[in-house]
Design a protein around this ligand. Structure first.
Ligand SMILES: Cc1cc2nc3c(=O)[nH]c(=O)nc-3n(C[C@H](O)[C@H](O)[C@H](O)COP(=O)(O)OP(=O)(O)OC[C@H]3O[C@@H](n4cnc5c(N)ncnc54)[C@H](O)[C@@H]3O)c2cc1C
Length: 402
């Protein structure tokens, strides 16, 4: 079978894939680029799906990463609604489901991740929304009118954000999650409990230390049963319980994988012509020196850009300390480094649990920093983390002025 040939093939038309196409064009304005994505829409930004789209701050048209003219003028061929289904690394060929075989000189895997699914009775009912895509937003938006009931499974980023979004849209929200308090993985207990109290004050019903055990369709509604014996009927069920990195193609092709596709400091996989970037990628963290994988917007842009440049012949080391951001009602924050509630934390509040800086320490050094309603300080935070110098907790008050 004849195959189409491209200098650069990118699998995954998300943030990392699109950033890589730009990165390639920064270095090489001639080589042909094919961007393959299995979603139908033009590549879009995911954070607004649980924030700005719900607060009337963005329209769907405004979340696309670029318009068609951008891809045309940069000679980036888009192949949307098409999945890569096999990879032959010795022949350098990608097999797709609808566009035949494609050969490459350099390949990027920017396949992101897929939502983790609850392994309980009813967990795969089509009514249970594992929230990640623009299609998910559109389907929930259609259901989320005033007075409707929603059950949200998961108290992490996605669960907490979508709960706030629906509450603002006058939907009656119940959250179910096994942890003691909201976003427990990163918030110190006092902060997490304060935010949880705020959620309850807004009318959100919080069932912490609980788990769903089954879903059932009942007279046009969904019945959720929980471990603690709660039974909730709702119009909407959304689960945000994490993602599984999309590594199957890489694994089947014999590339090294662990909790993601393993790359070196240049984002190169165990095959010299294949790179990986974004949520699916296992890399060495500049913040900790440990191998890690993160699921953040900034990381996908920075890794995608660096991988694209390297595919086109540059030698850019990926040593960014990525940051992430979230908005939970009025509590907005940006955070960089190793934000882990198991670490020692030191909080420097101007207004308690609202405006301030939380430092995360391990081995007497600052490993992560959360800036709560404090803006434009992320580079200072990165510098403090990157330095890695020994510091005493009492020296941290005012370390970042705000
Ligand atoms: C609702 C929501 C809110 C978020 N909010 C924030 C936030 O506030 N702050 C923050 O830092 N991060 C946030 N994130 C995370 C951030 O959006 C992700 O880290 C980022 O989108 C990852 O980009 P990516 O390109 O690596 O992966 P993805 O966005 O997952 O893109 C990968 C693409 O590849 C496609 N694909 C996979 N396999 C194949 C294949 N075999 N063939 C073809 N195509 C394939 C996928 O369908 C997908 O379109 C949020 C995520 C969600 C879902």
């Amino acid at each position: 079978m004849t195959e189409k040939m491209y200098t650069y093939v990118i699998i995954g038309a998300g943030l990392a894939g699109v950033s890589a196409a730009k990165g390639i064009r920064d270095v090489d304005d001639k080589g042909s680029i094919l961007l393959i994505g299995n979603e139908k829409e033009m590549p879009y930004d995911r954070p607004p799906l649980s924030k700005k789209l719900w607060f009337g701050k963005k329209t769907v048209e405004e979340i696309f990463l670029h318009d068609r003219a951008f891809y045309d003028s940069n000679k980036v061929e888009l192949s949307l609604g098409v999945a890569a289904i096999d990879l032959n690394v010795s022949k350098k060929i990608v097999k797709t489901d609808k566009s035949g075989n494609i050969s490459y000189s350099k390949l990027l895997l920017a396949t992101g991740g897929t939502p983790r699914v609850l392994d309980i009775p009813g967990g795969t009912l089509p009514e249970i929304c594992y929230y990640r895509t623009l299609d998910d937003y559109k389907s929930i938006r259609g259901l989320a009118s005033e007075g409707k009931k929603a059950v949200i499974i998961g108290g992490g980023f996605i669960g907490s954000e979508i709960a706030a979004a629906l509450n603002v849209n006058k939907v009656d929200v119940t959250m179910i999650f096994p942890e003691d308090y909201l976003v427990q993985r990163i918030f110190p207990a006092d902060l997490g409990n304060a935010i949880q109290k705020h959620y309850a004050g807004r009318g959100i019903n919080i069932l912490n230390r609980d788990l769903p055990v089954s879903f059932e369709k009942k007279a046009g509604k969904i019945l959720t049963r929980t471990k603690n014996g709660n039974e909730l009927e709702s119009d909407i069920v959304i689960a945000g319980i994490g993602i599984v990195p999309a590594v199957d193609l890489a694994k089947k092709a014999g590339l090294r994988t662990d909790n993601g596709i393993v790359v070196d400091e240049y984002l190169k996989t165990s095959d010299k012509d294949i790179y990986s970037a974004g949520d699916n990628t296992s890399f060495i963290s500049a913040a900790t020196g440990d191998r890690t994988r993160v699921e953040h917007w900034d990381n996908s842009i920075a890794q995608g850009t660096a991988a694209g440049k390297n595919m086109a012949g540059e030698r850019v080391k990926y040593d960014t300390i990525p940051y992430f951001f979230s908005d939970l009602f009025e509590f907005g924050y940006e955070a960089a480094g190793d934000i882990n509630s198991q670490h020692e934390t030191v909080a420097d509040w101007k207004k308690e649990y609202d405006t301030g800086v939380v430092y995360y320490l391990k081995d007497d050094a600052v490993r992560g920093i959360m800036l709560c309603n404090v803006w434009e300080k992320i580079d200072e935070a990165r510098e403090l983390i990157r330095g890695g110098k020994k510091i005493k907790p009492e020296q941290l008050k005012g370390a970042i002025a705000f």
